[in-house]
Every structure is written in structure tokens, then in C-alpha cells.
Design a binder for this molecule. Structure first.
Ligand SMILES: [Zn+2]
Length: 687
């Protein structure tokens, strides 16, 4: 197993304290390798704080906007109807006339599907908002009866279909789809019409099986607009013809596409065409649909598109739609949307907005090529795209820029990344969890697996689920296959669990000849929030001779480690390069930890009135006495006199003596005795 072989070589010097399940993976690195990474200095990074502020602002905006008007969403809308689980959509062909003057959309939508179950299929349910009016439906070319209610168009098929049969329906419909997913906007007094359908908006403007776990293999989109307007969409432009003052664009997306990624962007755009040579002699068009008066600003950002295509292809494998195109179509929504092969992009972006371009581009791999199977797993889209922003900075500016960007994404609040209720769009697009904390999960996974395995995971993830949809469990399985071990602990605590660990680290150093023995106690103090975390942690020991990085396996409330280093210890730092989402305190102690009667003893509040809580952590089970003495040495109260198990304990002292009498204000001594010795703390009782 890879896990064993990888770490056995590291079990060299340091041993495990027997009382705990902890283990320690020492890695003695040459001094040159253990020097903190320098990368590009912060000062050399252009406006890093402004950049972080903008990115944060935009993530908020994207999250809020994606969830902005979906509050009325019904639970039923997030789920496929039972009928929809009986068939697989093969292709859709839309023939739409978009009239900006009348603000109407009318046309026909064809849907071809294959029956996938042995259950006979007599009807076919398509999602279509009630706001659209269906005038007729055909099934295999024959007029078909239908009902249209609760945003579901239920079609009675021309006959009963069996498994593997192909069903073909065509819906003729019209209406004004204005709303969350379809906007009749204007720019410079010209129509600016756009769609943004994530998560459940495709059904508001075209009939479809509106779920990301059944991608449409091929979409043909013929869109007719008044001549003078340009209609941009996914895939390749097959034809462009003018007739009677109207212009028809035929776009075709030949790679499977989730319904929420099918898009329209219509405006008298200025079209900029470039070419990316992704391999010798092999090129792909890069097309930008922009407003010409915005070019001085946006042009500088769009210049980065081709370098980004190259860098992300180097990291994640070749851009998945090279036989079609990549590009942006500007709209007036203040962010971006990862429409397949043609992202929608706020027209006002300017310098410092590279994070947005790279975020949407990264979605072409993580979101479009491999799509979350349901919005329970939206982090698989947004976490990776948000992490990719930092990855871009790392590749272009160095490790310091990577870590600086990740630091700006740290989130320490409640909530799970897994979306328990995908009918609440505010929860799906929770900025803190779905974007920021999820990007930290990707970042932490990189550290847990190591770069080699991490990037191998990305390749395998892509290979296994390309042009398909997948869940968190699917991703975990890919990670485990590459890593060669169980990662349930990681996904459980970071995806399905809340919060983060708080580490309280104490260290004690004792020199013996040329070497120094270091005792290290790491306590997790967040137990009430999120439970105990399992994580490998890097500890950096700085001595007057060298810098030593050690990888420790940490998985319980209090763990003691012993290591040996050369020289006099000057400092000990937990997670020096910020690979774990945590908060911590780290301090030196002059008491040997291994033989301590208790790892820690605290009183709070102190001074107190009327009571104080005394907490202590025992390194081992055994008899314990906790008693209170006055300053004359008289024992005034026994609080504990019994056997206690190893771990954390709490006792409340109410400031009274054995007979229940209130003691006078003043200083008292709490004395904890165990078989390993005594520990005392002063407490002050106040009036
Ligand atoms: Zn995104």
C-alpha cells in the first residue's frame, strides 16, 4: 500500500509515547529545504490586499447574486420527478426567436431521450416554468397531449416505450422569461440579453430535464435576433444567416453539458478573436464578446486568458473543449459565470480582476467537465475554482502569493460544506462555506496527499468523470485510490463536519550533549465545536544550528510527542506554512511534560465570585485528589478524591468549605495530586 511504503521510511528517529494512539512521522530535511519558502516577496505582488478585498467582495457578490431571487424555490424544484429517473437525455435542439422589443421568446425545443429502465415509459416530464406558455407538443412527430403545472410539463407519449427505445418530443412555446435566469437588459441604449441559469433556472426559459446529473450530450441552439445583434453561446458557431431583418445563429455544443451551463448572451458586441496554440500546430479559437468602449480596461485582464489556459492545462490536463473554443461574453451582472466554453463576465472588470477570469476558467474543468451531481456537492465546483485562483498566483508569482491568497480565504465560522438542503439557494451559494472554506479543503488535501498525489488525483478525477457528474463520495474514492488509504476522517471532519481545530501547543526542551530532547504537547481545545480533528501537522523546530520540520499525526484531544534535534531550541512553530485551517497558541514551558501530574490546569473565572471552574487534563488514568487550601496551609475543601480516567475534567468550586460555609475573600490554593506529582494554581475569591 502506498500509505505504508510512503511513511515507513520516515519512522526513523522519534518514537511514539505509548499512552496515546498518536504517531509521529519525522522527516529530517536538509537545512536548505526546511528554510521557510520565500517565493516572491509580498511587496512584489501587485496590490495584494486590494486584490484580496476585490476577490472577497466578488465571491460575496457571486454567492449573493446566484442566490438572490431564488428564495421562493420549492423543494420539488430541486428534485427530479420520478418519471425523470426512467430516461436519459441524449440531445436537445432549441430554435428560439428572441425579440427584445416585445420582450418575448418563442420557438421550439426538441428533446431526444433513451429509456433506461425496464419500466415502460408512457409519459415524459420536462421541467418548464409555468410562466412560459406551451402551444403544442409532438411525440415522434405526432401531436401529443400534455399538462403543464407546478413548473412541470408532462407529455403523454405517442406510444409506450421500452428500455433502450429512443423518445423524441418537440415543445412549441413562448413567453417572457424575464427573471432570475433570463435578463432583458441594456447597455449604451442597446439590448443586452443574457442568461444565468444556475442552479435551477434553465427551466424558466427552455423545457429540459433540469438536473446536473443528466447532462445533455449535444445541444443545438438556433437563436434568431434582430439583425445587428450578435448572439453568442456554447460550443461552435455552425452558421450565421440573415433573413428579413433577422439574423439566425446556430451554435452547437457537442460535449455533454449540464442544463444550467447552457447560455445566451446577446448584444451588438465587438468580437475579438485570438488563437491559442495548445500543441505544435494545434490551435483553438479564443473569442471575446466585449463592449468596445470597455476595451481599455477589460482588455488588459482578458490578455491573461491564453496564459491562464496554458497554466491550468499544465496543472489539470489539457483544456477539455479544445475542439470548440474558449472565451467570454460580457454582461451587466457583477461577476462571472462558468458557461461551458463561453463564460459570462461582468463588462466592468479591470486590473486586479484576474482572479475572476481564472476562477471561471478553472470551472471548465471543475464544474463543467466534471459537474457536481447535485447541489449537495456544489463545493466540488466552487471549492476547486476558488482554490485555482491561489494556484494561478502561485504559478505566476510564487508560493508567497499562493499562501497570501489562501490566507484571505480562511473561514472560521459554523456550517457544513456539504449542502444538506439544496432547496435553499442561499445555503448552496454560501460564500464562506461553498467558496472559501471549500477552497481550504482543496488546499489541505494538497498538503495531506503531497503535491505528487494531489495532482495525480486531479488527473484521475478528470479521467474517471470527464463529461459526467459526480458526488463527494466519488471524489473521496478517487483520492483514496491514489493515496492508498482511507480518507474518511478527512472528508468527515471537513466536508460533513463543522468548524476547525484549535491547537494549544506547549513544548519543553532539555539539552543532553549535542542534542536536545523536545517534548511537545498538542491539545485540541475546540471539542465543543466540531469535535476532535484528525490531521497531519507540521511542526517546525528552530535551533541555533538548523531548522527541523516534522510531520506529526494528530488525532486526539491531548497528544504528547518526543523528538530529538541538534542544537539549542530557539522556537517551535505549529503549521509554519499554513496548510491547516486552524487557530493556535504555542508556548514554552519549564516543566517536563512527559512526567507532569497534569498537562494543564486552569481556573476560570479568576478572580471569582461566586464560583470558579477548575479544569485539568490527565495524561494517564489513576487516583486523583483535588483540594483547596488557604494561605496558612489549612485544607478547606476536598473537591475530588477518587480515580479519574485520562483526559479532560472539570470541577466547580463554589467558594465554600466542607460544611457549606462561605469562605472569606482572599487567595486560595487549588492543589491537584496524582501519582506523578503535584500541581497548584492560585485562585482569588472576591466580595
Ligand atoms: Zn464559481
Amino acid at each position: 500500500m502506498m500509505l505504508t511504503s510512503r511513511f515507513s521510511a520516515r519512522l526513523l528517529v522519534v518514537f511514539l509515547i505509548a499512552s496515546s494512539m498518536s504517531c509521529l512521522w519525522p522527516i529530517r530535511l536538509p537545512a536548505s529545504e526546511t528554510t521557510p519558502h520565500v517565493g516572491m516577496s509580498a511587496a512584489a505582488i501587485p496590490d495584494p490586499q486590494e486584490r484580496s478585498r476585490l476577490a472577497d467582495q466578488w465571491h460575496q457578490a457571486e454567492a449573493e447574486a446566484k442566490s438572490r431571487l431564488w428564495t421562493g424555490l420549492l423543494a420539488a424544484q430541486a428534485d427530479a420527478t420520478p418519471n425523470q429517473s426512467l430516461w436519459d437525455v441524449v440531445s436537445c435542439d432549441l430554435d428560439l426567436t428572441v425579440d427584445p422589443t416585445a420582450q418575448t421568446l418563442q420557438g421550439a425545443a426538441g428533446c431526444t431521450a433513451v429509456v433506461t429502465t425496464i419500466e415502460p415509459l408512457a409519459t415524459l416530464d420536462l421541467d418548464l416554468a409555468d410562466g412560459m406558455t406551451v402551444s403544442s407538443v409532438t411525440s415522434d412527430g405526432v401531436p401529443a397531449a400534455f399538462t403543464h403545472a407546478s413548473d412541470v410539463l408532462s407529455i403523454t407519449l405517442d406510444r409506450v416505450y421500452s428500455q433502450t427505445d429512443t423518445v423524441r418530443v418537440v415543445v412549441t412555446y413562448q413567453g417572457n422569461p424575464a427573471g432570475d435566469a433570463f435578463s432583458w437588459s441594456e447597455y449604451d441604449s442597446q439590448p443586452l440579453i443574457w442568461t444565468l441559469s444556475e442552479p435551477y433556472g434553465a427551466r424558466t426559459w427552455w423545457p429540459c430535464k433540469d438536473t446536473p446529473d443528466d447532462k445533455v450530450d449535444t445541444v443545438d441552439l438556433r437563436v434568431t435576433v434582430p439583425d445587428g445583434l450578435i448572439a453568442a453561446s456554447n460550443g461552435t458557431l455552425l452558421s450565421d444567416s440573415v433573413s428579413g431583418g433577422w439574423r439566425t445563429y446556430h451554435w452547437q455544443e457537442t460535449h455533454p453539458i449540464a442544463t444550467y451551463l447552457v447560455s445566451l448572451a446577446i448584444h451588438p458586441y465587438t468580437v475579438l478573436e485570438d488563437v491559442w496554440e495548445y500543441a505544435p500546430g494545434q490551435t483553438m479559437p479564443v473569442v471575446q464578446y466585449v463592449m468596445s468602449d470597455r476595451m481599455p480596461q477589460i482588455g488588459k485582464v482578458l490578455e491573461a486568458t491564453i496564459p491562464m489556459l496554458q497554466i491550468l492545462s499544465d496543472g489539470f490536463g489539457l483544456y477539455p473543449f479544445t475542439d470548440e473554443k474558449y472565451g467570454h461574453a460580457c454582461f451587466d451582472w457583477g461577476g462571472g459565470m462558468e458557461h461551458q466554453t463561453l463564460c459570462s463576465l461582468y463588462y466592468g472588470v479591470t486590473t486586479n480582476w484576474h482572479f475572476l477570469i481564472v476562477h471561471e476558467l478553472a470551472h471548465q474543468w471543475w464544474g463543467d467537465l466534471v459537474t457536481c451531481a447535485s447541489f449537495h456537492h456544489i463545493w466540488l465546483n466552487e471549492g476547486f475554482a476558488t482554490w485555482s485562483e491561489a494556484y494561478w498566483y502561485e504559478q505566476t508569482e510564487g508560493e508567497a502569493a499562493y499562501h497570501q491568497d489562501m490566507a484571505s480565504k480562511a473561514y472560521y465560522g459554523p456550517g457544513t460544506i456539504y449542502v444538506a438542503d439544496p432547496t435553499d439557494v442561499h445555503v448552496i451559494f454560501d460564500h464562506d462555506l461553498t467558496y472559501d472554506k471549500a477552497s481550504w479543503v482543496v488546499h489541505m488535501l494538497r498538503s495531506v496527499l503531497g503535491d505528487e498525489d494531489f495532482f495525480a488525483v486531479l488527473q484521475a478525477w478528470r479521467q474517471k468523470f470527464a463529461y459526467r457528474s459526480a458526488t463527494t463520495a466519488d471524489f473521496q474514492q478517487v483520492c483514496e485510490q491514489i493515496w492508498g488509504g482511507d480518507l474518511g476522517w478527512f472528508f468527515q471532519e471537513w466536508i460533513y463536519g463543522e468548524y476547525f481545530p484549535r491547537y494549544d501547543t506547549r513544548w519543553y526542551a532539555r539539552s543532553a550533549g549535542d542534542s536536545t530532547a523536545v517534548e511537545l504537547m498538542i491539545r485540541q481545545t475546540q471539542q465543543n465545536l466540531g469535535g476532535i480533528f484528525t490531521m497531519p501537522l507540521t511542526i517546525r523546530v528552530v535551533t541555533d544550528q538548523s531548522t527541523w520540520d516534522r510531520r506529526l499525526w494528530n488525532d486526539s484531544e491531548a497528544q504528547l510527542y518526543q523528538l530529538t534535534v541538534a542544537g539549542t531550541v530557539q522556537d517551535v512553530v505549529l503549521d509554519p506554512d499554513n496548510w491547516v485551517l486552524h487557530q493556535s497558541t504555542c508556548s514554552m514551558t519549564d516543566v517536563p511534560l512527559a512526567s507532569a501530574p497534569a498537562y494543564i490546569m486552569r481556573t476560570w473565572p479568576n478572580p471569582f465570585n461566586p464560583s470558579t471552574t477548575i479544569s485539568f487534563d490527565l495524561p494517564a488514568s489513576g487516583p486523583v485528589e483535588l483540594a483547596v487550601y488557604d494561605l496558612k496551609g489549612r485544607r478547606v475543601r476536598i473537591l475530588v478524591s477518587t480515580r479519574r480516567e485520562a483526559g479532560s475534567h472539570e470541577v466547580v468550586w463554589d467558594g465554600r468549605d466542607e460544611r457549606g460555609h462561605r469562605l472569606p475573600s482572599g487567595i486560595y490554593i487549588c492543589r491537584l495530586s496524582t501519582v506523578r506529582g503535584l500541581l497548584t494554581r492560585k485562585v482569588t475569591l472576591v466580595e
